[in-house]
Design a protein around this ligand. Sequence first.
Ligand code: ZN
Length: 270
Amino acid sequence: MLRFRSLGQRAGVLVALSGASLASGCATASSITPQQEAQLGAQYAAEINQQLPIVQNSAVHSYINQLGRSIASRVDPRLTYTFYVVNSDEVNAFAVPGGYIYVNRGLIERAATMSELAGVLGHEIGHVVERHGLEQMARMQNTELGVNLAYILLGRQPGALESLALQGGAAVFFASHSRADENQADEVAVQYMVQSGIDPNGIVAMFQRLIDEQQRSPSTVEQWFSTHPLTQDRIQHVQSLIDRLGATSNLRRDSEEYQAFRNRVRQLPR
Ligand code: ZN
């Protein structure tokens, strides 16, 4: 369980939203500035990093950040993106507002080429750019989870009962994205990859791999499927977008650096 009790104490660094809109419970994702989003994300990431087994290997950390930022910096200069590898065999990746993206080693070990991992990173970057996480938080405004956003942004120390309500806060990032959000994240991922010179067919290859794995061993990919609904339709949608773009043969599909990175990840102690 993720804890958020200390968030209120550090709230001095957080800029309160216009108090009126929050107090009346109608904060929307669009009323949060990129600066506020970055601060909010940094708070969540600090808590998440205490709870998850983050890989500390500097070569691994450096490669995934280099690859992820090569995509994100072209499309979203508002935020500085940070990527973390989580030492978990389960296949999953998730994004926190503010540009914090987490990828499990289980997913990296299954991504045979650089473009397959880049496809997942592009998809997660898409969730951040399109502010899907922030919107989910705002939608939950009147539920226990939504209380979290209000209090963090108001910068008020929550009381004991309120703290209880805040405990499940980051669960919002593990909640399922809608099919519309998934399609949108896929669409922008295709654009981002092409802009970054990476073959977007990596998205299709990776998704197909995940669907195949679901048939063989459903439990290893359960986390991914529960947060990112994935169907054959969605893969066909991505494929049709790529087909419309025309030739992709000049785009990068794999690299020696990626294979060295993947080998390193494979050799990490479990
Ligand atoms: Zn998704």
